[in-house]
Write a protein that binds this ligand. Structure first.
Ligand code: NAD
Ligand code: MG
Length: 385
């Protein structure tokens, strides 16, 4: 039996994970499930999987969770520290699927317990890259990528010959505004931005896909996951999302991983690794798809990608600032205060105003994150007023 914990169990990736775990109760035992505030959805999942513990980060939702779990024998808890405690229960496999920097402390807690951590929460790795990978190494924890592109690269990478890699090519769908002229971008609404053509995902990552900041964050994520330099990381727009990414070798061979755009495939890969497991996912029908298209990314219409590329190359604290400012700007866009083009402008402005030294500890990362949020928040106020 593999003992499993899911951080962010009520979200899009969390639900995909539960779907797989619930199909095979003989193989998976659920230790802990966590969520932010959706006590109803969390309690239902905990009851279905007979979890040992359910945790809401938002303590005000604990009474409701307690009531829903009364008489089930499932323990419950509330608060951000309780989420970290859940991550420390010693699961064999932990899904890190909390969105944003809120996932950083829990993922660090899980990394310190050994086992396998399947990482969807890219924001934590972007912000705390070297701190996080050092913790994984120190504790002998396998950090496996769930992000479909990185999971594809992980599957294509020849670990016996790391120097034979020429470059990694991350594919990008281009999002819903792949062909929208820049003049029309100002008027994009949150509802339009979260309607992704190929993937069904949480609101924040959907907006990131629309600005292409998602691909930028993924460049930084790749640098920490794979033995490559920034100049070996490329982005290729591929609108069908069939090829999930590629690795080019020095001899000219290019290996790609293909599949239906369904997150249960990369999640299943990390769940069964180093073996494989069946999934109910739609099988790839290349005849029905007929053609695959490719294009270079347009940095003029998608400035977020250029900002992320610069942060990738500069390293140090730049990625943490980029991420924090982006989280603030995306939240302001989703709540209706900011226009679409202002998201990248807020990120650029925050990066221009704040340039601390590289963080060397978790606390230093969190301090940089907090200050970058404060600065970005001020800029949001200026834009909105
Ligand atoms: P989502 O918004 O659907 O779910 C987020 C989860 O995090 C929920 O369970 C929510 O309750 C929890 N959460 C939110 N704020 C929290 C807080 N402050 N404390 C504790 N828990 C909190 O998001 P998602 O689309 O599932 O994405 C999750 C992560 O996976 C993100 O980092 C995203 O970039 C990454 N990712 C998602 C996809 C996808 O297909 N959805 C693909 C690749 C990577
Ligand atoms: Mg991705």
């Amino acid at each position: 039996m593999k003992r499993v914990t899911i951080l962010g169990a009520t979200g899009s990736v969390g639900s995909s994970t539960l779907d797989l775990v619930e199909r095979d109760p003989e193989r998976f035992e659920v230790l802990a499930l966590t969520a932010n505030g959706d006590a109803q959805k969390l309690a239902a999942a905990a009851i279905r999987t007979n979890a040992r513990l359910a945790v809401v980060a938002d303590e005000s939702r604990l009474p409701e969770l307690r009531e829903r779990l009364a008489g089930t024998g499932i323990a419950c808890a509330g608060g951000a520290d309780a989420v970290c405690e859940a991550a420390r229960m010693g699961a064999d496999w932990t899904m890190a699927a909390i969105v944003g920097i809120a996932g950083l402390k829990p993922v660090m807690a899980a990394l310190e317990c050994g086992g396998t951590v399947a990482l969807a929460n890219k924001e934590s790795l972007v912000s705390a890259g070297t701190v996080m990978t050092a913790a994984a190494r120190a504790h002998g924890t396998a950090l496996l990528p769930v992000d479909s592109e990185h999971n594809a690269v992980f599957q294509c990478l020849d670990r016996t010959a790391p120097r034979s890699v020429r470059r990694i090519i991350l594919t990008a769908s281009g999002g819903p505004f792949r062909e929208t002229p820049i003049e029309a971008m100002r008027a994009i609404t949150p509802a339009q931005a979260v309607a992704h053509p190929n993937w069904s995902m949480g609101a924040k990552i959907s907006v990131d896909s629309a600005t292409m900041m998602n691909k930028g964050l993924e460049l930084i994520e790749a640098l920490h996951l794979f033995p490559v330099r920034p100049d070996q990381l490329d982005v290729l727009v591929h609108r069908q999302s069939v090829i999930h990414s590629m690795v080019e070798y020095v001899d000219g061979s290019v290996l790609a991983q293909l599949g239906s755009p369904d997150m249960r495939i990369p999640v299943a890969h990390t769940l069964a690794w180093p073996e494989r497991m069946e999934t109910p996912c739609e099988r790839l029908d290349l005849v029905a798809i007929g053609r695959l298209d490719f294009a270079a990314p347009d940095l003029e219409r998608f400035p977020a990608l250029g900002l992320a590329r610069a942060a990738l190359e500069a390293g140090g604290a730049r990625p943490a600032i980029l991420n924090a400012a982006n989280e603030v700007a995306v939240a302001a866009f989703l709540s209706g205060g900011l226009n679409f083009l202002e998201i990248a402008a807020i990120v650029a402005d925050t990066l221009a105003r704040y340039d601390p030294a590289a963080p060397e500890s978790l606390d230093a990362v969190l301090a940089i994150d907090a200050e970058a949020r404060r600065i970005a928040g001020e800029r949001v106020k200026d834009c909105v007023s």
